[in-house]
Each structure stands twice: as C-alpha cells, then as structure tokens.
Design a protein around this ligand. Structure first.
Ligand SMILES: Nc1ncnc2c1ncn2[C@@H]1O[C@H](COP(=O)(O)OP(=O)(O)OP(=O)(O)O)[C@@H](O)[C@H]1O
Length: 237
C-alpha cells in the first residue's frame, strides 16, 4: 500500500509531495539533571519522506530511545512538534488524536517488555483498540513465518520464547498493523546474521526511523543517518 492509495480515518488521498513525518525543534531534558538545564537532544528537526529509512546512531545513553519515544508520543518532550502528512495537510498528534497518532507512528521496542500471556493475546489486545478496528491488518503469523517463526509459538507464553523469537513476533505484530512510520529500536539485535538480513529486507522497504549500533546494517538500510552526540547536538547526513 502506498500513501497515494491509502484511505480510512484521517486520510483520503494523501499529497505525496509533503513529508510523511515532520519533526521540528524537538528538545528533551535529561531526567534528573541537576538544574534541569542538561539536554539529551536539542532542537532536532527533520522531514521523513515516504520509503525513507533514517538510521539513528550515537553512543549508549545518548538519548536515541528517548527520541523515538518522544516522536511516538510515549514520552513527553519539553519543546518541539511532530506532524504527519495527511489528506488534510500536516497534522499534529493533538490534531488527529494521540491514539490514531500512535497507530500511524508506531514504536517497536527491542523486546516486548515483560509481557504476560502469549503473542496471540497481544494480537487480540491490539485488534480490540478502536483505532485498529478501523484499519486494514495483515496476518502477523504469516509475516513471522516468512522469518522462520513457527505458527505454534504464538500460543506459548512470552517467557518461554527466545529473545529472537520475541523480537520477530513483536515486529510482525507491528507490521501487521501497517503503520505509516515504524520507529524501530535495534530491531534485529537478538537475531542471527542470516535472519537479520531477511527481517531487514522487509523493514527497510517501509518508512522507518531505525536505531542501530551496527555500521554494516546502516550501510545496508539507511537513506540518511541522524547521529546524536553527548553534548545534545546532532548531525544528519
Ligand atoms: N523520560 C525520560 N526523560 C528524560 N530522560 C530519560 C527518560 N527516559 C530515559 N531517560 C534518560 O535518558 C538517557 C538516555 O536513555 P536512552 O535509552 O534514550 O539512550 P540510548 O541512546 O537509547 O541508549 P542505548 O544505546 O544504551 O539503548 C538515560 O540516561 C536515561 O536515564
């Protein structure tokens, strides 16, 4: 599905000339900094276009995850705005409503955090959200099967699955919801090199912001790269 043929709540025909995602002057203070003046990142701005993969690099603890969580509206930031290109022009999370924003701009953590139940319970939960009911869904089990995840694993408890199985299943559930932008937090960190390439190929065909520490992966998937520095500055190439 492309931006041009999307329909559904908030869409209609999307003007493909506008960015899919605009991030403007996003700033976030470091939690617990002595005088609240220390920034994790400051005035981060970029446009993400349909099909682009923006890789995010930077040393551990610099704020990569926090940046993605701010864009996903899961963590509040001190300043800045995000907007999504829609048939009604650029719309902020407030314009379209945070639940719809999160369905369109979906953060996928490295691993599902201490989830109880089974992956199928997660699918049921996602499908029960009002914003998801109005959308087209792909079959997450089929997506994961293409990545070597057997269908019977969906009925096992999360805790009984390996890190790589959990990671592929979480990614498959996110892809099945067909978000416009995927915010990927080291999406292949638990996968072997062969499986990494297979998963990478599918993810890199989407519009993504993608955290990685792997130079080779960046070379394979990145359209652009945003590097965060410990002095809160950033660079995009
Ligand atoms: N909600 C928040 N507000 C402010 N600071 C936060 C918040 N959540 C985490 N932090 C702090 O921000 C810093 C950066 O954490 P973050 O997880 O974003 O780094 P990272 O670059 O993704 O690191 P890694 O590569 O190790 O995963 C940490 O010191 C963390 O304690």
């Amino acid at each position: 599905m492309t931006a041009a043929d999307r329909d559904g709540p908030g869409y209609g025909a999307v003007d493909v000339a506008q960015p899919v995602l605009r991030v403007k002057e996003l700033s976030k203070r470091r939690e617990g900094s002595a005088d609240d003046s220390e920034y994790l990142f400051y005035d981060v701005s970029f446009d993400l276009r349909e099909g682009e993969v923006m890789v995010v690099r930077g040393p551990s603890g610099v704020g990569k995850t926090t940046l993605l969580r701010c864009i996903a509206q899961l963590t509040q930031c001190e300043a800045g705005v995000c907007a999504l290109g829609t048939a009604r022009g650029l719309q902020s999370p407030a314009d379209m409503g945070v639940p719809l924003w999160r369905a369109d701009v979906m953060y996928v953590p490295q691993r599902p955090a201490q989830m109880t139940g089974t992956p199928l319970d997660l699918v049921d939960m996602v499908n029960s959200f009002a914003v998801q009911k109005a959308r087209n869904h792909y079959d997450p089990i089929e997506i994961a099967e293409d990545w070597g995840v057997s269908s019977d694993l969906w009925e096992k408890k999360w805790a009984e699955l390996s890190g790589g199985e959990q990671q592929r299943i979480a990614l498959a559930v996110a892809l099945s919801c067909d978000p416009r932008v995927l915010l990927l937090d080291e999406p292949t960190s638990a996968l072997d090199p062969q499986t990494t390439l297979v998963v990478e190929e599918v993810l890199a065909a989407r519009t993504c912001i993608w955290i990685t520490h792997d130079d080779a992966q960046e070379a394979r998937v990145a359209s652009r790269c945003l590097t965060l520095s410990p002095n809160a500055s950033y660079d995009i190439v």
